[in-house]
Design a binder for this molecule. Structure first.
Ligand code: NZQ
Ligand code: ZN
Length: 381
């Protein structure tokens, strides 16, 4: 077990109807005004938008709104949100939606306390020193953005999808009500399952030190996600399965699975963000394309852990069997596993590698993942 500091300042309010208290939660945290941020319409199809407004009003909060956050969220919208927050001197930001909304509010929170352009943080030209307090009500479980300090945003002009990560934008409080997630489409349910699994296996396979507890925790998360995804495909309203799925997805990237590990990194995410940046592929769909290819390319570097994965997850014995079974499962739930299935031509591999290597450099992975390596991996996809 490696030494570590574990600090996660996010309070989780989990359960039915908790979103109706969001105004009170914000008010009780000491704020009088808030920027409400949401996506392209799902919260208005349900009663969630009305419930949120009612809750803000009931708590006596002043609020402004920013709507239209898209999946693979854009820096232009973040800049709009920063302007509204600054112009109205708002004290907090609230995202109601999926990971794209949560990530956007985090970027807005940081940008609202900065005089320069918010993209500076993403290209590591500036460091986040302060941020407005962030609150979220999650309508989709996948990213764990509700309980971490990460945000991933696309700059549509430069076609770069880059990230920030700081505890300063960890939500103060997040509401997770599994009932709100029952309307997520089957496609996004599949992509979410892939994403949650991806968050755990990146470090599981790449760490040079991975304590047994962490391996077991990862395996529990993966099994839970796989089991509940299959239940939810058949019955989207199964509350128990939604709850298990959501809480497992939160644990997958809130710092717990990696505490005590050493040397792990996120190469699949590094490459996937390029697929989203260039082709607007949903994040989970991009991951199900990259992961099997990367596993085939990487497996000899950590055979023991790949064999463990095959045994613990699928009751199989070899690394190859485990990889093939995972790839088949991604296919079975409806997530693409080749570039071709996502409509991406292999003629674009050079262009993708050129784009991905930028993230590789920002994440300090260049030594193992240069343009050539990334091309080799993508050719397997
Ligand atoms: O725009 P709306 O109407 O909200 O529709 C969304 C969107 O079209 C819809 N949706 C969300 N909740 C729904 C719903 N539809 C019906 N009923 C509901 N209850 O689902 C679509 C996808 O939403 P999105 O927020 O994009 O999905 P997700 O939560 O998977 O977020 C993906 C983004 O998060 C980033 C990804 O790169 C991607 O940009 N990530 C963030 C991470 C983090 N902050 O730690 C880590 C991840 O690795 C990931 O990179
Ligand atoms: Zn992810």
């Amino acid at each position: 077990m490696n030494d570590f500091t574990y600090y996660n300042p996010t309070k989780i309010e989990f359960g039915k109807g908790k979103e109706k208290n969001i105004g009170k939660y914000i008010k009780d945290s000491g704020y009088e005004s808030v920027l409400l941020v949401y996506g392209t319409g799902s919260i208005k199809k349900s009663s969630l938008y009305d419930d949120t407004i009612a809750s803000l009003k009931e708590a006596g909060l002043k609020y402004e709104e920013l709507s239209g956050i898209v999946s693979n969220p854009l820096i232009s919208k973040v800049r709009d949100g920063i302007k509204i927050a600054k112009d109205n001197k708002l004290q907090a930001v609230l995202g109601v939606g999926g990971g794209s909304v949560a990530d956007s509010v985090k970027a807005i929170a940081a940008g609202a306390k900065y005089d320069g352009d918010v993209w500076d943080f993403f290209i590591q030209k500036a460091v986040i020193k302060e941020a407005l307090p962030v609150f979220t009500v999650m309508t989709l479980a996948a990213t764990a953005s509700e309980m971490n300090g990460n945000a991933v945003i696309t700059n549509e002009l430069t076609q770069q999808k880059f990230s920030i990560g700081t505890v300063l934008v960890n939500p103060v409080l997040s509401v997770i009500n599994p009932e709100l997630m029952a309307t997520v489409s089957k496609d996004y349910l599949a992509y979410s399952a892939v994403d949650a699994i991806a968050h755990t296996i990146e470090v599981y396979f790449t760490a040079t030190e991975h304590p047994k507890f962490n391996s077991r925790l990862v395996e529990a998360i993966i099994k839970t996600i796989m089991e509940t995804t299959e239940i939810l495909i058949k019955d989207p309203n199964d509350y128990e399965a939604r709850g298990d799925f959501a809480w497992a997805a939160t644990q997958a990237l809130n710092g717990l699975t990696t505490s005590g590990t050493h040397g792990g990194n996120f190469p699949n995410h590094m490459i996937e963000h390029t697929l989203s940046a260039l082709y607007n592929v949903p994040h989970g769909a991009g991951l199900s394309i990259v992961i099997p290819a990367w596993m085939k390319w990487y497996k000899e570097q950590n055979t023991a852990q790949f064999e463990r994965f095959a045994k613990e997850i699928f009751g199989l014995s070899t690394a190859d069997e485990g990889i093939n079974e995972l790839e088949s499962w991604f296919s079975k739930i409806g997530s693409p596993v080749t570039l071709d299935q996502a409509g991406i031509s292999k003629d674009d591999i050079d262009k993708m590698a050129e784009n991905a290597v930028q993230t590789s450099k920002l994440w300090g992975l260049e030594e193992n993942y240069n343009e050539q390596t990334i091309k080799d991996i993508l050719h397997k996809a």
